[in-house]
Design a protein around this ligand. Structure first.
Ligand SMILES: [Cu+2]
Length: 764
């Protein structure tokens, strides 16, 4: 029997009333105490400091029934650090939403904050810290709200499946590494896409084209993770699952920045709810769960007497977590093929052509099934009037962006090879489930999500249309909407009683899981009137998505990318109901703090300790400018410093102006052959040319001009980097760096002034 969650209609009807009257249903008061503290964890063989709720990552489920009142006391046991808890997907009064400084007072160290709100919905939800990067450290857990009068013994057995990612690095270091463009993550994930590999694999032209367009190497995720986890473990087994059992799995993606493919080795997964709300059941083999989404599925334990794997694989296929149901020999889910980054690069190049097109010309062009199955096969290539790779047309229907390069035949072979079983076990298995050859694999797409009841809005109400483009500067790791980070933006003002339609266009080359707090919205898809209700949705590169909702709230609600590092880098907005009563927990002054979050400054640099000199740079970097200096000191008391402040001028941040100085005591020879010190003030402009060639034109206070071209860190192989500089003073430098560890490179160079040198490069 289906444990259906409430259809959205009663849910919204109740929601409409929630501020008018207290629920009168005889619900229970359900109390929880959550203690947030530091916790030593060991996922990789190394002790690392994480954060946890009640001593566990994740903290087990908060259970409620619809109609209950939640009373949750959050105790901050952290040392000198604020915290917060946001209840993701719950409809609740604004002050209970838990976004510090926006809706809810931050919970200071040593303090306790009590949340109290009625549960007016059912389904699978979760909660997490909304303070800085604490979620990555372990502050997240799940919420299950059963229907009124739910009877556990009379219902299908269920398990909550919390997916997450773990890094041994301090999350603040992760963000700084992303900002500085550290190569390490790409090297670990094997996603460098070097010129050498491009040449060897026949993608030289594509590589050149990417660099010509000043696009960084293709990737589907930013961070290298040490572990992926299901309920806090990378591998475990539920032995109490018996052959013939049916189970409901409540899947939550609580990762900080990993989408997960989920698969089940024991047959089809029957999808019954998305984001907590029931959908028309569909049977699928693969679901890409975006960050912060939830999906409820039903699975059967086959009679084969084996332990059947439920697997969650990171979208970049850099790792997976396993959970087995049952006893006996392990039956594994099919291994997903590694990504072919060069093939993806070729696709992206084609889409990049579109990115340069005026978006207004693209009306009517729809990339169907863009979520999960970025169904390139469905694209009307001819209509788009663009150059495209003819092979795109040949791609199978459920081929998605991330695995478009895989060959389906070899995939089937691979499935069979990786079943991880002995021949004798074959007879025990349900062969109908194994017959991959005849059965096409079904990957969930958003177009398959159908609400059981119509979700159309009242068409008599005024409509407010809001258009937002998703934008980002991948080189500088600044993420934004309409090229403005949260700190550079104003609130999006809406009015209670109107229908809000948001049209989102993803102009970046990455997927983003967008989440609107405190609301469910219709996600417009192929189901028309029956479009599903969601609180979080994925948007693929170059895709356009429309969501709409009846504005029945008040005050301010956060709308942001749920990739934690994108949110922190600026991809967020505040949706604000005009003429609201004041928030009782935060002031307008408090809210300024929210708007400052992406304005953090980062310090980083590079030091080369070489036989000829010690040199490098140090920078303090913000969203719009860089204060920094290059330096070079040799062992004969020669030195040079070139400090400057550089301010970006255009929205793509290719153009900048700078003011600074050039101070040196060396190598400037006058006509009579004497060396002179040069101490000059300089101003100039820099412009990033195609192929990532940085041009610089400067003039010093004596009126002397200099023109310089440089190309830094060109990947020759996975680990070898080439940097070139030359200028009109006939100074030049050729520099090789070979990566040997996260922040260390072996370095060799030839400089027109310092000649040959070799040594060690340290990134810091
Ligand atoms: Cu994002």
């Amino acid at each position: 029997m289906l444990l259906t969650v409430a259809a959205y209609m009663p849910l919204l009807a109740q929601h409409n009333n929630m501020h008018d009257k207290k629920p009168t249903a005889p619900g229970k008061r359900v109390e929880y105490d959550l203690y947030i503290d530091h916790l030593m964890v060991n996922y990789t063989g190394k002790e690392k400091m994480g954060m946890a709720i009640n001593g566990g990552i994740p903290w087990p489920v908060l259970h409620f029934n619809e109609g209950d009142t939640a009373i949750i006391r959050v105790h901050n046991k952290l040392k000198n650090e604020e915290t917060s808890i946001h209840w993701h997907g719950l409809l609740l009064p604004n002050e209970e939403d838990g976004v510090p400084y926006l809706t809810t007072a931050p919970i200071k160290a040593g303090q306790t904050h009590t949340f109290e709100f009625p549960l007016i919905q059912t389904g699978t939800y979760w909660y997490h810290s909304h303070t800085m990067l604490q979620e990555q450290s372990g502050i997240y857990g799940s919420i299950v709200i059963h229907p009124r009068g739910w009877n556990e013994s009379a219902s299908m057995k269920e398990h909550v499946i919390m997916l997450s990612d773990w890094t041994d690095e301090n999350p603040h270091e992760v963000l700084r590494n992303l900002k500085r463009g550290l190569d390490y993550y790409a090297i670990r994930k094997n996603s460098v896409q070097s010129w050498g590999e491009a040449l060897a694999k026949g993608y030289l032209k594509d590589r050149a084209k990417t660099e010509w367009m000043r696009m960084p190497a293709m990737d589907v995720s930013d961070v290298y993770y040490n572990r992926f986890l299901i309920n806090g473990k990378s591998d475990h087994i539920f032995t109490d699952a018996k052959p013939g059992d049916s189970l409901r799995l409540r899947i939550i993606n609580g990762s900080a920045s990993s989408y997960h493919w989920v698969q089940y080795a024991g047959g089809k997964m029957k999808l019954v709810a998305a984001d907590g709300i029931a959908v028309q059941p569909v049977e699928v083999d693969k679901i890409l769960v975006a960050i912060a989404e939830t999906y409820d599925i039903e699975i059967k334990i086959p009679d084969g007497g084996m332990a059947y794997e439920f697997r969650a694989t990171a979208q970049d296929i850099s790792g997976y977590a396993s959970l087995y149901f049952g006893n006996g020999m392990k039956m594994n889910a099919p291994l997903l093929p590694k990504l072919d980054y060069f093939a993806m690069m070729r696709e992206m190049n084609n889409m990049g052509n579109m990115a340069d097109m005026d978006m207004s010309n693209m009306k009517g062009m729809k990339m169907e099934g863009a979520h999960q199955g970025h169904d390139m096969g469905n694209m009307k290539i001819e209509d788009m009037n663009m150059k495209s790779d003819p092979s795109m047309k040949d791609m199978p229907r459920d081929t998605s962006m991330m695995n478009m390069a895989m060959d389906t035949t070899s995939m089937k072979e691979m499935n069979m090879d990786t079943m991880n079983m002995q021949d004798t076990a074959m007879s025990n298995m349900d062969m109908s489930k194994m017959d991959m050859g005849d059965q096409s694999e079904v990957t969930l797409t958003y177009d398959m999500l159908r609400s059981p009841t119509p979700t159309v809005l009242n068409d008599q109400l005024p409509i407010r249309e809001i258009k937002l483009s998703l934008t980002g500067n991948m080189i500088r790791y600044v993420w934004s909407f309409d090229n403005k980070t949260l700190s550079q933006s104003d609130k999006i003002v809406i009015r209670k009683g109107e229908n809000v339609r948001m049209i989102l266009v993803n102009n970046t080359m990455m997927r983003h899981p967008l989440h609107l707090h405190g609301h469910f919205f219709r996600f417009l898809n192929a189901q028309g009137e029956y479009s599903p209700m969601k609180h979080t949705f994925d948007i693929a590169p170059m895709e356009t998505v429309t969501i709409e909702f009846y504005a029945n709230e008040e005050k301010d609600w956060f709308f942001h990318c749920h990739i934690l590092y994108h949110m922190m880098a600026g991809m967020a907005r505040v949706v604000s109901y005009e003429n609201s009563s004041p928030n009782t927990q935060v002031t307008a002054k408090d809210q300024k703090k929210v708007f400052k979050e992406d304005r953090a400054l980062y310090l980083w640099g590079q030091t080369k300790i070489a036989s000829d000199a010690v040199f490098g740079f140090a920078n303090i970097v913000g969203n719009k400018g860089i204060l920094g200096s290059t330096y070079r000191v040799n062992y004969k008391s020669k030195y040079e410093f070139q400090p400057d402040y550089q301010r970006f001028l255009d929205k793509r941040q290719f153009l900048s102006a700078f003011i600074g100085a050039d101070i040196r005591n060396t190598f400037q020879v006058t006509e009579d052959g004497k060396q002179v010190n040069r101490k000059v003030g300089v101003i100039g402009v820099r412009y990033l040319l195609p192929m990532f060639v940085l041009s610089e034109f400067r003039v010093d206070h004596r009126g002397e001009v200099r023109f310089q071209l440089s190309r830094n860190d060109m990947p020759i192989t996975k680990r070898l980097r080439l940097s070139l500089v030359g200028n009109s003073d006939w100074e030049y430098n050729i520099d090789f760096d070979y990566n040997i560890a996260k922040r260390f490179y072996i370095h060799a160079s030839y400089d027109s002034d310092y000649k040959y040198g070799a040594g060690l490069t340290v990134l810091w």
